[in-house]
Design a protein around this ligand. Sequence first.
Ligand code: GLV
Ligand code: MN
Ligand code: MN
Length: 418
Amino acid sequence: MVRGVVDGGAPRIDAARLLSRLEELGRIGDTQDGGCSRLALSDEDRQGRDLVVTWMRDLDLDVSIDKIGNVVAVLPGREDGPPVMCGSHIDTVATGGIYDGNLGVLGGLEVLETIVTEGITPHRAMAVAFFTDEEGARFAPVMLGSLVYAGGMSVEDAYDLVGIDGARLGEELKRIGYLGAAPCPGLAPHAYVEMHIEQGPVLESHGDMIGAVTGVQGISWQELVLTGQLNHAGTTPMAYRHDAGFAAAAIAVAARDIATGLGGDQVATVGKCDLGPDLVNVVAGKAALTLDLRNTDGLVLADAERQIAEAVDQIATKEGISVARRQLARFKPVDFDARVVDLVESTARAHGYRVRRLPSGAGHDAQMLSRLCPAGMVFVPSRAGISHNPAEFTTPEQIEAGANVLLDVMLGLAEDDL
Ligand code: GLV
Ligand code: MN
Ligand code: MN
């Protein structure tokens, strides 16, 4: 049973150090509007990785890079054995903020630095990791590095993935110097805890400081390539058209209607749509669009997939176009370990913070690590629930609170049994 560790003399993280690192890392890929673009395995990702690895080595952590480019930095404990691990990702979407993922990695590094500075040698080893291509924005699926770490995909299959720019993942990994030697699947940690911004409005709207995350909703990504007939925009009567652009728009509308009709947690997004030839006076002969469906209830998610598949068939038949489908990601909803969720909640309460249990709407590396060990997450609020947007923001006080909760949860897990 993990004991509470909050008392008068308990160690505390250095918020100024953590914030200055967040800002420094955020300057790599700076989009000049407060945001950050470090797509996985890009030159900016490499620079970000180099900086974080430098900080890890400065702390004398034992840094290893695995065959998919995940980086794990270990602080030895008093006894051998698997570490208590924290971490997240440092790749971003192209319109990212500076907090998504980065906070979990730098917050974890701050936890380890605090422990080192305090002269504490924990019973169990501790580790902070960053996982490759969590966002999946360049190379689908989402959470790729942690999926491979957990044994859910082979490194060979991962190397063969082709990005939205036509690049092959294996070549990009080698090009940026992060194709490491450590084996995949990786070592199962003793436990895994990830701090992250909520990326939604729940904590802020309730005035809560900390979220004890109960799990992550299921996710379904697919790509649809629609083939119609290129034709002249002026001369082709409406009844003669096989318009891939129109069909793509109709699918986006159907996805919205189906999600709204199912209600509850169901969400549906057409976030990417490329028309060919993409010209003002040509009826589109091609459309390639993505569908992102999520729900905490796996059965409702499957129902949403079925309804959308039917709608796509109907739209295609009516418009006289063909459809090729490709599944990009499919992960079931995940429940985190109840003991870790309880520990996050009780630790936050012991600090005097308002805490709420909630599921995560976004995907996280923690859901992949939960295949290997007890896992959970610490959420801090996101201003106005905005994320994947340069306006993403969490206050310094909220960041400090989250990192101190992470510190005590990590120390508790390192010293005691769950
Ligand atoms: C990425 O983390 C996502 O949830 O899309
Ligand atoms: Mn993230
Ligand atoms: Mn993200």
